[in-house]
Design a protein around this ligand. Structure first.
Ligand code: SAM
Length: 241
């Protein structure tokens, strides 16, 4: 049986014998770029039905059809972990979203803090980065990238039972770790290049569900901090153990 080289995210139900229509961009990628033809295999996933091996049934310039043959992986949900981060420069924000998707975030939430530079984000573009990261890393789930929201508003409506790993740069070098924190729904918060304001810091440190954490003795760039924090959390409480 021919080995499938390509993994493709589709917004279409997947199941035995299910036909999946391709849009123009998908057809261009499979048949124009990857030079695939009728009968060639593709791995499909949609974030709900696991991963399926499908074969090209029809191939054209403007479209095509794939037919699902067999499930190759069941849906593997990531831990219930949100990544809250203040958007920074475009390329680095793209990087944060891509790494969060690869590293197992269930939801990616850009937040506006006092010192956040960006007033707005391109949510559709960031969502596409999360999809590409899932295609590349073999994931069967794609985290939602939310639109930009104010951190204050989010904290005011904070869901019962969700704990918050507050990565506070003011704790640089302090021995502040996740310690004996318990499993369950969590969120990680990473600030902007300018860090957190004193008011934000005081408010966050006073929250009963917040765990103040240091990411070591050096100040990390926000994108580095996002990866470091997810690594710490995943090793301690996530699905890497
Ligand atoms: N401008 C700030 C300063 O010089 O202190 C640094 C902000 S840092 C570039 C961006 C974010 O990364 C911080 O708000 C924090 O969430 C996280 N971060 C970076 N280094 C950290 C550390 N050593 N401990 C905890 N969080 C850190």
């Amino acid at each position: 049986m021919k080995q499938a080289k390509v993994r493709l995210y589709v917004e279409h139900p997947l199941g035995e014998g299910q036909t999946v229509p391709l849009d123009r961009d998908q057809a261009h990628y499979l048949f124009g770029v990857m030079r695939m033809a009728v009968g060639d295999p593709v791995l499909l996933f949609n974030g709900r039905d696991g991963e399926w091996r499908a074969e090209v049934a029809e191939a054209g310039k403007r479209g095509g059809v794939l037919t699902c043959a067999a499930q190759t992986k069941p849906l593997q949900m990531p831990p219930d972990l949100w990544l809250l981060f203040a958007p920074i420069k475009k390329a680095r924000t793209d990087f944060i979203v891509e790494k969060a998707a690869e590293m197992g975030a269930a939801k990616i939430m850009p937040v506006q803090t006092a010192f956040t530079n960006s007033e707005r984000i391109r949510q559709d573009r960031l969502q596409a980065h999360a999809v590409e990261a899932a295609e590349q890393c073999g994931g069967t789930f794609v985290p939602e990238v939310c639109d930009l929201q104010k951190l204050d508003r989010l904290l005011a409506d904070w869901p019962e039972g969700r704990q918050l790993m507050f990565c506070d740069e003011a704790e640089v070098g302090a021995a502040k770790t996740l310690g004996a924190a318990g499993a369950g729904p969590w969120a990680i918060l990473i600030g902007p290049e300018g860090g957190f304001s004193e008011e934000e810091r005081a408010r966050l440190q006073a929250l009963p569900f917040a765990h103040v954490v240091s990411l070591g003795p050096r100040i990390l760039r926000a994108d580095t901090a996002a990866v470091a924090a997810m690594t710490v959390w995943q090793q301690a409480l996530g699905d890497w153990g």
